[in-house]
Ligand binder design. Structure first.
Ligand SMILES: [Zn+2]
Length: 376
């Protein structure tokens, strides 16, 4: 079965993959090394997440794409067996493996990027073709084009060079994907998404949108440093390119979804897919999401929509993290007081219970937004 995206007149949609259907807009939890940190596959299913993201860079370094392929592909490997997306490794080769002064140790040329592993310093090389081949072995339902994620504060001349190269790489990715039969090593169909770069330059963003939209990609992503870090900048960029984006393809903002109000705003801006490591990372650091959508906005009595469970005000609190939350942790009767104790004692069960709440919270916000869109 080929990948199919259907958009309804209310803006919601459905992506059909060989591993199942995904309703959009959708929040995708991040399972960097084929695990959503602290959660097992059953926990992920319990959050009602429909699709999980894994990182090509990490799985390439460890355990290696061959191992994952021999284990039946990443979805089977992690016993999730549901829809998955892998990124291209592009973002990590530029942002990880930094030198002593934080400088990037990767070297870019027309053919690809040579980089140092953040694990052992070993040198490796990614090209558009090898990224497609590695993602073919990993076997996700959606794979991403290999691009150069350009920083915001950089000379316009460099943005131009990087953008032109990213576009040449996009065409090479399409070629390699077609050569691979648009299939994973395990035989499931793989959709390929193109990525719009162009830093914070409006003209270049518009040009990139036209260029990427005209190519036979199955979906379109908005990439770059701004996306995921600067919500205002991201919304402005979406505004620039919105009318140039195809209506019949899913649109994905990469790495966006740290704050609950981000999810609400990004869905209102017409985005179909987003992912973020923040829900699990924040959970591990004691920050638990709290709040709800009232009318058109996300509102919370805690700043940034999160309560800090380590706070002494919670140490004898018998209530769940959030009254009315349908996550396993809140439903099963775990109290704020108990979680406060587990967190302070660095007990391992804390990480699981807290991550379940935060992931379910984001998944549920997207569900609620879908319901609102359908009711309009
Ligand atoms: Zn909860």
């Amino acid at each position: 079965m080929a990948f199919k995206f259907t958009r309804n007149s209310d803006g919601t949609g459905t992506m059909e993959t060989d591993h199942g259907a995904v309703q959009t807009p959708v929040f995708m939890p991040v399972g960097t090394a084929a695990t959503v940190k602290a959660l097992d596959a059953q926990d992920i299913r319990e959050t009602k997440a429909e699709i999980v993201l894994a990182n090509t860079y990490h799985l390439f370094l460890r355990p290696g794409e061959q191992t994952v392929a021999e284990m039946g592909g990443v979805a089977k490997f992690m016993n999730w067996n549901g829809p998955m997306l892998t990124d291209s490794g592009g973002f990590q080769v530029f942002s990880l493996g930094l030198g002593a002064k934080g400088e990037s140790l990767s070297k870019i040329d027309e053919e690809g990027v040579t980089f140092k592993s953040h694990l052992d310093g070993a040198r490796h090389r990614f090209t558009p073709e090898s990224s497609m081949d590695i993602q073919r072995d990993l076997g996700a339902d959606i794979i991403m084009a290999f691009d150069e994620c350009t920083p915001d504060k950089i000379e316009k001349k460099y943005v131009r060079e990087a953008l032109d190269r990213t576009h040449r790489w996009a065409e090479r990715c399409l070629k390699q994907w077609e050569k691979n039969g648009k299939q994973s090593a395990q035989g499931n169909q793989q959709a390929l998404f193109g990525i719009i770069q162009g830093s914070t330059d409006r003209e270049m963003r518009e040009e990139a949108t036209k260029f990427i939209s005209a190519l036979p990609f199955d979906g379109i992503a908005l990439g770059g440093e701004t996306v995921g870090y600067n919500m205002e900048g991201t919304l402005e960029m979406i505004e620039w390119v919105r009318d140039l984006l195809p209506k019949d393809k899913p649109i994905y903002t990469m790495g966006l979804g740290r704050d609950p109000d981000n999810i609400v705003e990004i869905i209102k801006a017409g985005i179909d897919m987003f992912d973020c490591v923040a829900p699990t990372r924040l959970a591990r650091n004691g920050a638990l999401y709290y709040g709800e959508i009232r009318g058109e906005k996300f509102e919370s009595e805690f700043s940034n929509g999160r309560l800090n469970i380590s706070n002494t005000q919670f140490d004898k609190d018998k209530s769940p993290i959030m009254e009315g939350c349908d996550c396993y942790t809140c439903r099963a009767g775990y109290s704020r007081g108990y979680l406060n104790h587990l967190y302070r004692s660095k007990e391992l069960s804390y990480y699981r219970l807290a991550s379940i709440h935060n992931v379910r919270f984001m998944v549920r916000l997207a569900e609620e937004m879908r319901t609102k869109m359908k009711a309009k």
